[in-house]
Design a protein around this ligand. Sequence first.
Ligand code: BES
Ligand code: MN
Ligand code: ZN
Length: 493
Amino acid sequence: MNIDLSSANPLKHTTPALVIGCFEDAGNELFTTCDGALDGCLGRLATNKEFTGKVNTTRLIHTLGKLPAERLLLVGLGKKAGLDDERLRQAAGNAVQALRAARVASFATTLHLAGAGDTALEAACEGALLGSYSFDEYKTKDRDERFHFEEMTLLLSKGISVKEGRIRVERTQAVCRGVSLARDLVSHPGNVVTTGYLAATARELATRHALSCRVLELDELEKLGMNALVAVGKGSAEPPRLIVLEYRGAGDRDRPVALVGKGITFDSGGISIKPGAGMEEMKTDMAGAAAVLGTMEAAAALKLPVNLVGIVPTAENMPDGKAYKPGDVIVSLSGQTIEITNTDAEGRLILCDALHYARTHYKPAAMIDLATLTGACVVALGHEATGMMGNDQRLIERLKRAGGRCGERVWELPLWDEYGEAMKSDIADLKNAGSRDGGSITAGWFLKQFVGKTRWAHMDIAGTAWGDKARPCAPKGATGVGVRLLIEYLTGK
Ligand code: BES
Ligand code: MN
Ligand code: ZN
């Protein structure tokens, strides 16, 4: 979708649809003037409760030549008090979904004018970009008639110039491109997004954004002793890989922030195979990797003044004669031995080697991993929040605040030492799976054994990476979770 900016008066602007925000409990000037031009039609809708301005409601009406805009899209903003960026984002997402349903490809919007904060423009623009996403690469029928958005015109208030607006919109577009990349990677099936595909994507990002990229292939992983990552990949025809992307936006002496993303391109469970029902969703088990790649792309496009290293351990977890199996003992890169009690607890294995690698090779200032790690996290938090654990309260609080600002909510779970009891093995230092109790936390506790004193946070995105129902800013399917959170963390306080 192309974005245009204009300082035109909304009432004089010619467009297929003019989007205006409406409060439940307060009028606004634009609404009143439009109502006047439409002989009181909007007031009538309100008195009849056909459109009340409640959140998550929209109403499209034709203006029949009474306004230069062919249609008006009324978008509910809820109560005026407490209107924040997230509500604005969602309103914009709802708006584009209503426009898509009516097949209106170009529109002008004034939604941001309703916001009080100084990031209202970004929020409304972001909501529209995120809400207009669709993934239909594999639908071959009626390609020509398929709906595509063409142009969104942001009508600016007096206080902001087109030039300044343009800069702010371009930054928002850069972030949303990162989110779209993450969504695309998760949406593609496992026979397309293989470990090699993720590596090729990273290389392509590196060329486009002047990042440096290195992909460690199987022989190097073996030589280095990344045996946990190698073990998980053994049952697959696609070899495991470690992808390392570096972005330098700060001075050479600044220690980087390491972002580590779980890249299981398909999780069958391996020898401890999963039940068949719903197994297809396990193509999304590389959503952590997708978030890291999307963030690297956005950070580079935004030229953020930070050093970053993105690390993606990637493998396909399959059952096979060569596959790793329950009872096996593995010597991880850190030297700690791990008894395999369940081959379906593979994410923590590829991550433990990647975390150790990140820590020892980069001495990062902080390390954040993202992983669709446990079904238990979905049980605990559903699809409303990412589960977060870590060893540094300041980092955790910063991530919570970033989540609050960008609307990607995170919720902290405890990591008390007692949780470690479940991960003790009779034969090795650790086992990779305990009982079902506290499953999300015991997985986090396992990872903690590999980060040493490095400041670290773990994000379990099992419940937030994929949605079974459409949301205002994310159609059903891949959400691209993590990209906006990390960018917000990296740019914020
Ligand atoms: N990839 C899964 C976790 C998952 C579940 C992600 C549902 C998204 C939606 C992970 O590898 C896994 O299988 N975890 C096991 C761990 C258990 C064997 C200790 C789980 O959660 O059941
Ligand atoms: Mn698994
Ligand atoms: Zn998995």
